[in-house]
Write a protein that binds this ligand. Sequence first.
Ligand code: PLP
Length: 815
Amino acid sequence: MSDAAQPDSESPALRSEIEHKLLSIVAAEPTRASTADLYQALSHVAREQLAQRWVDTQNADRDNKARRIYYLSMEFLIGRAMNNALAALGLRDQAAAAFTAPGPALDEVIECEPDAALGNGGLGRLAACFLDSMATLGLPSWGYGVRYEYGMFAQSILNGQQVEKPEAWLQNRSPWEFPRANKHYTVRFGGHAEHHGEWAEWHAADSVEAKAFDYVIPGHGTERVSTLRLWKAAAPSHIDLGAFNTGDYQRAAEFKNRFENISWVLYPNDSTPAGRELRLRQEYFFVSASLQDILFRHLAEHGSFCNLAEQVAIHLNDTHPAISVAELMRLLVDEHGMAWATAWDQCRRIFSYTNHTLMPEALETWKVTLVQRVLPRHMLIIYRINQEFLDEVVRLYPGDIDLIRRVSMIDDGGGHDKDKRVRMANLCIVGSHRINGVSQLHSDLMVQTIFADFARLYPERFHNKTNGVTPRRWLAQANPGLSSLLDERLGSRDWRLHLEHLHELRASADDAGFRSAFAEAKRGNKQRLASYVAREVGVTLNPDSLFDVQVKRIHEYKRQLLNVLHVITRYNALLEGSTDGVAPRSVIFAGKAASSYHMAKQVIRLIHDVAAVVNNDPRTRDLLQVVFIPNYGVSVAELIMPAANLSEQISTAGTEASGTGNMKLSLNGALTIGTEDGANIEIRDNVGAENIFIFGNNTAQVSAIRQSGYQPHDLYLNDPRLKEVLDKIDSGVFSPGERSRYHDIFNCLVHYGDHYLLLADYSDYLATQARVDALYLTPAEWQRKAILNVAGMGPFSADRTIADYANDTWKIRTF
Ligand SMILES: *Cc1c(COP(=O)(O)O)cnc(C)c1O
């Protein structure tokens, strides 16, 4: 249901509700209320309406004994809740009318909310988009995760370098959470397991309490909502902290911390597993609490577990919740007395698993010695699952010792006990009935490379589910200008709930009137971003320049450095006076580097150093600007996506599983310059090859180059433009105070093999960027193609993705 379609009822009613909440929640009087007070009051108005919807949904699902989908994820990168809640409740227009001068406007009130940044990047944002779509499609659905006290770090820039600060998003309490005082479970660790045939008694050494906090996830165009249940770790109830407080505060505090640290902080790694014990404890903590909760709900509704697999689907978002497979076996066999074989049969029908990366170094493994110490019973369960699985493999492929070694859940570490590791992906695959990749290319490569053996064993389990994004947050809320244009054009067909209607926009691409309205909306968004950049970074961007945007986690495989090579090449060419056919550009970067990732941090620093030179050069200033927008997150993305003209999706072919930033940008009318990687390929197929700039080596060519002995040094010597760029970086042209600062970057590319093939794609990238300029200088053509991009993005709604999961993987009905 679009907000625009809502009758705008009297705003005084809402205003008086807000004033009532001001009194009851904040104890403030309207004339003296601060913007933050008004945020609290408004959020509580929305909270109350959401609470009613939550109760109604839960009652309906209980009465229907609904089959439910439980989405387990270590990350949910949600962002702010207010605007989305107002839209879902149909309150957006009333709320805008309720905030009038001289008080703050609704947008200022909304900006008081800190982002809920309980995730790193794409994987966590995907989970958040999925919650939105599951609620909107009316699926009986729950998300389960960790209530991190500190989410993703806040990034600031000091002297061109990233500085990480803890982000205490819960400092002022979240008005969106509902603490469930009576929902808590004990999660145990350590000790030893005592065997009694099939089952075991686990004598744990330690335990913590998991306490539930619920976030209501509103559906759009429906009164149904979903729940995101997050677990906070606390001292178990049998421990009386008060007893410690008789004088020994220090010890009492340490003791409390020992329990609570499990849910304290999100590991800020992206695409690299964190091999620390605390991380394993975090994973098990949220898995155990979630599964206990799921079983409790099932038992309350059905009185027995014999129909568990008929009623429950559990999805594993990457391998982070992989220990679920062993934990469900433990709960069913050890705690509820189910026979092993019956429990295993249930398990395999309950779980499904999404893989998010092909890079072998990113696959999660845990030392057997560590798992043994922290989760002794689970280690034994994994051994048994593995033994039964390998017996089956031997029956199918007798004598293939290599195959056995490859598919085993245990990497035998070359025979040394201390080097043995548990392969979490293998556990997921064997324990699931469906395994999927996140774009067609990724799913194809998955069964051809990392999971080839498993695909031979279980071909029927492997599927593709191309990612999507929610059109509510990423178009309707982030881009009101374009949204009202779409409403005008598409009339009553609500693209917010049926994004496929965007297809009907195709005809408007040839309508000059529409093109100029479209361009005007884009220009408004660029101006909005330019004001933000002026305020936050102190750089003035020309809103008529081409906004060239690369925003995502900083990672070598994403190749921000290739973008920088292009920027410097362009700068050099401008200095030499070649300005013909050059469109004025603002190159915009944003993204966080993992705190331990040296190379990524160097790239951030180089971007700043290059920006300092380029932006201060009066000879080039009108044609080239470079900015790095700090603290990339959902709210910053909501400002950037609608303002982009060009979307940089330039990962080495075969490394980006899908990407979702590419979808948000194209949906907001940016043209993509990208490699044949992840979902870029499907975006091309949907928007038309003539409306996208695809360049560089594809996956087949990438492997051919690597196999034939890649020689980046030759490329460096043979391309004078490239040589000039790399020499400038290496010799300190951009770091005059410290000439050797970027030696390591230079060496990585020229001498140490250029693992991500930047130099191999450089010349095609430049040639393609020149075509981008030419098109931008023909505005009518550019606008036409931009419109055709929006028109082609219907299939990239997360609603489509979730409908596919619901039909093929979860077998669950919508309401
Ligand atoms: C969409 C999104 C991502 C994922 O971006 P990719 O370009 O697909 O890597 C990461 N972070 C935030 C905040 C996002 O909104």
